[in-house]
Design a protein around this ligand. Structure first.
Ligand SMILES: Nc1ncnc2c1ncn2[C@@H]1O[C@H](COP(=O)(O)OP(=O)(O)OP(=O)(O)O)[C@@H](O)[C@H]1O
Length: 260
């Protein structure tokens, strides 16, 4: 009988070196299925590096497990269906500038398509749903390169959503988004989690990060705290990692972090 794994992602003794510098130092972490976890910490803490290593996009030491299986043993195509990735501000997306928005979002369906096969109705439905959910549908016939930073981010978000993966890893998904679209992103994330999906986001916007279920607080290549967003110990860790230059408050039913 197969057992439903309780962790979507696990890291055991995860270390990573960039250039000649070790930037992640022996991280142990378990991210539960069906939860939204935000990763926060100061610039250079190792958040993006950790997310890339968890996604299988970066060589590392130690072990990463995806839904209970050693990540390295999961075939690339299966992993691409189960895990959707949104990188930082479309870094490395320059080559997609000439593609139409619709085709960019359709790239999210590649893991579901047979080699050289035309998109199926399921693929087209998923792409339309994703583009509509980020209000990018009306740009579907425009080249990606003609869009503003925030518009582009909404298309790349749609591509990540079009995968319809069980697990979404997003690095600074709110970059360039205006406040209403940040709120939309949060709504979408909550809906995904309500459907049982797992979301992991690296966020600098602390009020948004504190709206998650759980917070992973990083500093200097280590996880210094992992706890519920409502837990005072999590707030204390957050204040500490930012040298007590911020303070977490409860305002209008949400957690916010104000400079002090
Ligand atoms: N190619 C590289 N060679 C050496 N060090 C690197 C390289 N790339 C990144 N680093 C360093 O690795 C550390 C972690 O970087 P990372 O991008 O993971 O941090 P981050 O927490 O996501 O930061 P930010 O909040 O600024 O986006 C930083 O100190 C960075 O300078």
């Amino acid at each position: 009988m197969s057992r439903t794994p309780s962790a979507a992602l696990e890291a055991h003794g995860l270390s990573a070196t960039l250039g000649s510098v070790e930037v992640l130092h022996g991280i142990d972490l378990s991210l539960a299925v069906g939860r939204w976890t935000s990763i926060v910490g100061p610039n250079g803490a190792g958040k993006s590096t950790l997310l890339k290593a968890l996604a299988g996009l970066l060589a590392h030491r130690g072990e990463v497990r995806l839904f209970g299986e050693a990540q390295a043993a999961v075939p690339a195509r299966v992993r691409a269906r189960r895990l959707s990735w949104l990188g930082q501000s479309g870094m490395g997306e320059g080559s997609a500038d000439d593609l139409m928005v619709y085709d960019v979002a359709m790239l999210g369906r590649l893991p579901h398509q047979r080699w050289l096969a035309a998109p199926s109705e399921t693929d087209r439905d998923a792409v339309e749903r994703a583009l509509r959910s980020t209000q990018a549908w009306e740009w579907r016939d425009r080249p990606l390169g003609q869009l503003s930073g925030g518009e582009r981010q909404r298309v790349l978000l749609a591509r990540a959503l079009a995968v319809e993966a069980e697990l979404l890893l997003m690095d600074e998904p709110l970059a360039n988004l205006d406040p209403p679209h940040q709120a939309d992103w949060m709504q979408t994330t909550r809906e995904l989690v309500a459907q049982g999906r797992t979301v992991v986001s690296v966020l600098h916007e602390l009020p948004m990060a504190l709206a998650a279920d759980e917070l992973v607080v990083m500093n200097r290549g280590r996880v210094v705290h992992h706890g519920a967003c409502a837990d005072p110990a999590t707030h204390a860790a957050l204040e500490q990692v930012f040298d007590h230059r911020i303070r977490v408050h409860r305002v209008a039913d949400q957690w916010i972090a104000l400079p002090r």
